[in-house]
Design a protein around this ligand. Structure first.
Ligand SMILES: *[C@@H]1O[C@H](CO)[C@@H](O)[C@H](O)[C@H]1NC(C)=O
Length: 387
């Protein structure tokens, strides 16, 4: 009897929580968790506290077109840092008020061979310095001794950035980072790779799609999604916070109720729609989807859905908008290359891709977060950058 009451109690608590989530303000806070900083004890304008060498990282603020001030870190490749370390260390520390004039950004500007990763580092919650994130930055930039610079931002409402998060707002923030690199540093879009993880993949697709559909279109060197998802509604049906706390999964047996609750999702974050539009408008697209097979927060089936929508859009550029392709047919047409037990590379066949490169890496280990820090991910990213 006791067990019965505690089960009933948990059920009531669950439905109260779910009910609260239907309020847009509460939902906004629950999805982005931006108030949860997780770096209260440290100071984001002192990146040495997060394990970087003195002045290896330049903290500064980007300005968005809608008046927000977005906190950013530029990470210098360690080999380049070693080469210039005395000069770099002599510079002032703290926020760079004129970032373009720092030695760090001049080194990026003056190297025509340099690649720039613009990292949509979030995930919900936390700041640039939270959890694994500083390790993401070091690991990705370490894939080459001197060529990979990384620019990472805290979206609006997160950390030291101003504003409140929203779908369009986060995409604007990513666009501002690209604008800064292209307009103020003179970096060619082909030298830039957008990399996102988790919620950041949705931002990445939003930014890349927006650049590709403007006129004239701008195509980036690579668009890389790590642990991405199809769209927010679909994600909430399976998502478990931290791999444990389910949102709509307990209602699995009641699809109507699930659907009813998922209709309250305010912002769709539909990456499958965006990836299709991106493929359509980017004749030279280099799309790389990376997902760990042991990701229990966002299962890798989501990356299959992204792959299928991208592949189908590529085929439509050849055979017309009315071309229909079943999901199973698209999955069957993948060209698979196995790398031992470790990972599988699936590519979309050239004859159906009309010049677009669409690939998917399913890696064995890494889960939802540590996958970004693995050496195999760094190798995949460096290859996508043509290194
Ligand atoms: C953003 O605007 C502020 C204030 O006008 C300025 O000091 C800063 O240099 C700008 N940042 C960039 C990256 O242009």
């Amino acid at each position: 009897m006791k067990a019965y009451y505690s089960l009933m109690f948990m059920g009531v608590v669950y439905f109260i929580c779910l009910g609260l989530l239907t309020f847009p303000v509460i939902q906004n806070n629950a999805i982005y968790l931006h108030k949860l900083q997780l770096t209260w004890q440290s100071d984001l304008i002192r990146p040495e506290q997060f394990g970087f060498a003195k002045n290896q990282v330049t903290p500064f603020f980007l300005n968005t077109t809608d008046g927000e001030s977005i906190f950013a870190w530029h990470v210098l490749p360690l080999g380049t840092y070693m080469h210039h370390r005395e000069e770099l260390a002599e510079q002032e520390t703290g926020v760079a008020t004129d970032p373009v004039s720092t030695k760090n950004l001049q080194l990026l500007k003056d190297d025509p061979e340099a690649r720039l990763i613009i990292h949509c580092i979030h995930g919900n919650a936390g700041t640039l310095g939270a959890g694994y994130r500083p390790v993401y930055l070091r690991s990705l930039s370490a894939a080459h001794p001197s060529k990979i610079h990384v620019l990472a931002i805290d979206y609006r409402g997160f950390g030291l950035s101003t504003g409140t998060p929203s779908e369009q707002g986060l995409i604007n923030d990513g666009l501002s980072a690209v604008r800064f690199a292209v307009d103020q540093l003179g970096i060619s879009p082909s030298q830039i790779a957008l990399v996102g993880q988790s919620l950041g993949t949705a931002v990445t697709f939003g930014v890349a799609e927006s650049l590709a559909s403007q006129s004239p279109p701008e195509e980036l060197g690579a668009v890389i999604s790590i642990a991405g998802f199809s769209n927010l509604k679909e994600l909430l049906l399976t998502y478990r916070i931290g791999g444990y706390i389910p949102i709509l999964a307990p209602l699995r047996g009641y699809p109507k109720i699930q659907k009813w609750f998922s209709n309250f999702v305010v912002e769709p974050w539909s990456s499958v729609t965006r990836v299709a539009s991106l493929v359509k408008n980017s004749p030279n697209l280099n799309l790389v989807l990376i997902h760990a097979k042991n990701d229990y927060e966002i299962p890798w089936i989501h990356s299959d859905l992204l792959f299928v929508h991208a592949a189908s859009a590529a085929r439509k550029t050849l055979e017309g908008e009315d071309t229909k392709m079943k999901i199973s047919d698209a999955l069957d047409a993948k060209v698979l290359t196995s790398y031992g037990h470790e990972s599988t590379l699936a590519t979309w066949p050239e004859e159906m891709s009309n010049g677009r490169r669409i690939s998917q890496w399913l890696v064995r280990w890494g889960g939802h977060n540590a996958v970004v820090t693995s050496a195999s991910t760094a190798v995949i990213v460096a290859r996508a950058l043509g290194l």
